[in-house]
Design a protein around this ligand. Structure first.
Ligand SMILES: Cc1ncc(COP(=O)(O)O)c(C=O)c1O
Length: 447
């Protein structure tokens, strides 16, 4: 691995990083990017298979987005969005209205995925309060991840990330995890009848009239290990809510913007959520920006004049930053110009075919894929699905070997995943999978 940074760094505190490992594996200093490639200070090139935490929607330094930011920079860097608005923000609203289902017609801007979720939760709780009902509960799915801020963590269900903080809230409501590989009701995907969501029905019934909203990652639970679940599960979640008048919040932060083959992943279920959150790829991965999009009936109770109390008490300093909005406009224009996601069929087929090839490794227990999201879950034993011993750090060692081979593959536990840009070519996919295969063979031994 390239060693070209001070070790360990005297000042920086890196996210999700074990600092005592920095001496052996210091961060790689990246100087430049282009398409799927990141170039380090020492001249090495890395193929970015994970899209820099799932943000790089159209590849690094996509020229149209570079130009849009540069043009905006020559005019204005920022103005507060209370009482003022800018051309890029107005343009973004027009574009969102064209890309989102028509019901999602009102947009609140902020600047990261966790905040888009916080805003959605606050909207849902205040929506009921403004209607004169107290509904204190939000239900989330087992295995959920919605961000790292306190409110977002309150609906998170990944023990390693959330357990320490959950004592702050007590009594979070979580369904069974919609985890097909380890189905909580022991069904195969072919015979799935969405029974994992019986647990949601029970929770909704037990807290009748007290649930403000149900929040979910549509179709794929990302941080839980790119767990893809069937559209019928999502349909059941949304139908149970609709039948009881409970709001639905689709956290599209990771899977929106075309990644799964639809602009919103929720579209796979042919349903429209009351609230949807977008971030990450919204600016093509260039700048922080998030949107909480709502249906008009969610927005309606918040309409009022000064003194009415009908206002959403939320707004970050950089809400509606015009540089980020210009990047988002350019991103959505590129999606239009390339007819993404409609045009992704052939590259997605190639992606899916190559993923299946990893079955040659007996340690690959499960292969999951939706659109250009793919994952391999490594296990000790395919038949029993027994996990690998955590202390073996198998996927992490594969990641370290992949770095030596010029591939960024940072895993989630023992799940290796691939989120290439939607503009990836077949040749780049082949190189990505060939290098991943080599790294796996080097660590796991012969297939
Ligand atoms: C589904 C989901 N929601 C929210 C977030 C939080 O986004 P951010 O890291 O921009 O705060 C993430 C981040 O991975 C995510 O995957």
């Amino acid at each position: 691995v390239t060693v070209d940074a001070p070790e360990p760094h005297p000042h920086l505190w890196f996210p999700f990083t074990y600092h005592d490992d920095l001496a052996a594996h210091p961060p790689v200093v990246i100087e430049r990017g282009e398409g799927v490639w990141l170039y380090a200070r020492d001249g090495r090139a890395y193929l970015d298979a994970v899209g820099s935490w799932w943000t790089s929607l159209l590849g690094h330094r996509r020229p149209e987005i570079v130009d849009a930011i540069a043009t905006q920079l020559s005019r204005l860097e920022h103005v507060m969005m209370a009482g003022f608005v800018t051309e890029p923000v107005l343009g973004l609203a027009d574009r969102l209205a064209r890309h989102l289902p028509p019901e999602l017609s009102r947009y609140f801007l902020s600047d990261n995925g966790s905040t888009a979720v916080e805003v959605a939760l606050k909207m849902a709780l205040q929506y009921w309060a403004l209607r004169g009902e107290e509904r204190p509960h939000i239900i989330a799915l087992g295995g959920a991840y919605h961000g790292d801020t306190l409110g977002a963590m309150s609906v998170g269900d990944i023990p390693a990330y959330h357990a320490t903080f959950h004592r702050l809230w007590k009594g979070g409501l979580f369904t069974d995890p919609p985890s097909c590989y380890r189905c909580p009701v022991a069904r195969e995907p072919a015979t799935c009848a969405a029974q994992c969501m019986d647990s949601l029905e029970r929770l909704l019934d037990a807290h009748e009239g007290q649930v403000a909203a149900v929040i979910f990652e549509p179709m794929v639970q990302g941080v839980a290990g790119m767990r893809v679940y069937p559209a019928k599960v999502l349909q059941r979640v949304m139908d149970l809510c609709r039948a009881r008048g409970v709001l639905t919040i689709a956290d599209e932060v990771a899977m929106g913007m075309g990644r799964t083959g639809r602009f919103l992943a929720t579209e796979h279920a042919e349903r429209v959520p009351d609230i949807a959150c977008l971030a990450k790829g919204l600016t093509g991965g260039f700048l922080p920006l998030a949107v909480t999009a709502v249906q008009e009936h969610v927005y309606a109770p918040f309409r009022g004049s000064r003194g009415s109390g009908r206002i959403l008490h939320h707004g970050h300093t950089f809400t509606g930053n015009p540089l980020a909005a210009a990047a988002a406009c350019a991103t959505l224009d590129v999606l239009d110009a390339l007819d993404i996601p409609a045009s992704l069929g052939p590259i997605t087929e190639h992606f899916a075919r190559r993923l299946q090839g990893f079955l040659e490794f007996s340690a690959v227990g499960d292969i999951r894929q939706l659109g250009l999201v793919g994952a391999l879950e490594l296990v000790h034993d395919r038949a029993s699905k027994a996990p690998l011993p955590a202390e073996a750090q198998t996927a992490w060692r594969i990641h370290l070997r992949a770095l030596e081979l010029g591939l960024i593959l940072r895993p989630l536990g023992d799940v290796l995943y691939f989120l290439p840009p939607l503009t990836v070519t077949s040749a780049e996919l082949d190189l990505m999978f060939d290098r991943a295969r080599q790294a796996m063979a080097d660590v796991l031994g012969a297939a």
